[in-house]
Ligand binder design. Structure first.
Ligand code: LMR
Length: 396
């Protein structure tokens, strides 16, 4: 029966990690997968996380199953991070959260929920986007429509075409938005543009779905939530898929959350029962450790402050690398201005390199990046930046 199976293509992002592992050249650099590296090029466990794990070790008394929706305190604290302390929709109990297996798991729950419980015909996805968005919505059989996002010429948000394309979104269509640190471009709407988009969305009756995987890595926890909160203030209903992989460094613990906002508490509670049915059929109930760790950090003012300080340090290191990267490219004689890279947010940058330049970086210089030209700025360090910039100038 299995002899007819054909091989699946390697994942454009995770596949790179596998190739990188078997790379033997000493000066290899991985700018592929979106994982934070510190100045030494390692991906450490955050101190606040380590401390919370120690505490958990002492206070945990059972490994009994979690509820279908996961760690209750984690879910409550997730809502506060998303919508802010004192948010009306939290007070009105219009938001319901379930713990998920990372941001990807949350997106899959969202896709299943949309397919099974709404009349949405299309999901509108930015072009370009994280490739797994297309794969997830294809997997559940929802039609994908694209809206233009990136002006490759000017290296800015393609605002006019974004608006022009989204005027074709019908009432009830899902519009997928990157809450901050757009993956792969690193370019986000301004607060004024978020407002315009939220008004357009409310007027046209879209169902917004926020993919919010980088909160705190752009400009700050509250600053990065401006788009989501602007939409939340304008909408009766919306969905959020959020992740703690990056801002807590909990990649392999798979910690994320799916949050649903409804018009009132009763509708939200009913919808939650359907979300739980989805979870039950996908993986029954989630794993405890990562979410329990996040809950310990967020509940303790000292640990929370420590976490925020560490997150700030990460954000600042990425920003510093952006500045240095641009300056060194210039110093090494790049034939174009890369100044736009300092305007982008979060881990990623759309470098403007084309697929054949990216291939040359790998083949000739052992530098791995996504073939779209996306580079993970968080993978740049003081130790590798000169080799990186010299190599880029050679392939330009
Ligand atoms: C990325 O885009 O590199 C990350 O979100 C990791 C992933 O799962 O692709």
């Amino acid at each position: 029966m299995f002899e007819h199976i054909t091989p699946a293509p390697a994942d454009p992002i995770l596949g790179l990690g596998e190739a990188f592992k078997s790379e033997n050249r000493a000066n290899k650099i991985n700018l592929g997968i979106g994982v934070y590296k510190d100045a030494k090029g390692t991906t450490p466990i955050m101190q606040a996380v380590k401390e919370a794990e120690k505490r958990l070790f002492d206070i945990e008394t059972t490994k009994n199953y979690l509820a279908i929706d996961g760690v209750a305190d984690f879910n409550e604290r997730t809502k506060i991070l998303l919508f802010g302390e004192g948010s009306d929709l939290i007070k009105d109990r219009r938001a319901k959260t379930v713990q998920s297996l990372g941001g990807t798991g949350a997106l899959r729950i969202a896709a299943e929920f949309i397919k099974r419980q709404t009349k949405a015909q299309n999901v509108w996805i930015s072009s370009p986007t994280w490739p797994n968005h297309n794969a997830i919505f294809n997997a559940v059989g929802i039609t994908i429509r694209e809206y233009r996002y990136y002006d490759a010429e000017r290296k800015v948000l393609d605002w006019d075409n974004l608006i022009a394309d989204l005027t074709h979104a019908s009432e009830g269509d899902v519009v997928l938005l990157h809450g901050c640190c757009h993956n792969p471009t690193g370019i986000d709407p301004t607060p004024a543009q978020w407002k315009q988009l939220a008004e357009m969305s409310a007027k046209n009756g879209w169902l917004p779905l926020f993919d919010f995987a980088y909160q705190g890595l752009g400009n700050g926890l509250d600053e990065d939530a401006v788009g989501l909160r602007t939409f939340a203030a304008n909408h009766k209903e919306l969905l959020v898929a959020s992740s703690y992989s990056k801002n807590f460094g909990l990649y392999n613990e798979r910690v994320g959350a799916f949050t649903l906002v409804a018009e009132n508490e009763q509708i939200a509670a009913t919808a939650l029962t359907q979300v739980k049915t989805i979870v039950r059929t996908l993986y029954s109930n989630p794993a405890s450790h990562g979410a329990a760790t996040v809950a310990v950090v967020l509940a303790d003012p000292v640990l929370r402050k420590q976490w925020e300080d560490e997150l700030t340090e990460m954000r600042n290191r990425i920003k510093a690398m952006r500045t240095k990267f641009v300056a060194l490219l210039k110093e090494f004689g790049a034939n174009q201005d890369f100044g736009f890279i300092t305007q982008q947010n979060g881990m990623f940058s759309f470098s403007g390199l084309n697929a054949s330049q990216v291939d040359r970086l790998k083949d000739e210089f052992a530098i791995y990046a996504v073939r779209s030209g996306r580079i993970n700025v968080a993978g740049i360090t003081e130790d590798n930046i000169r080799h990186l910039c010299e190599s880029i100038v050679k392939v330009l």
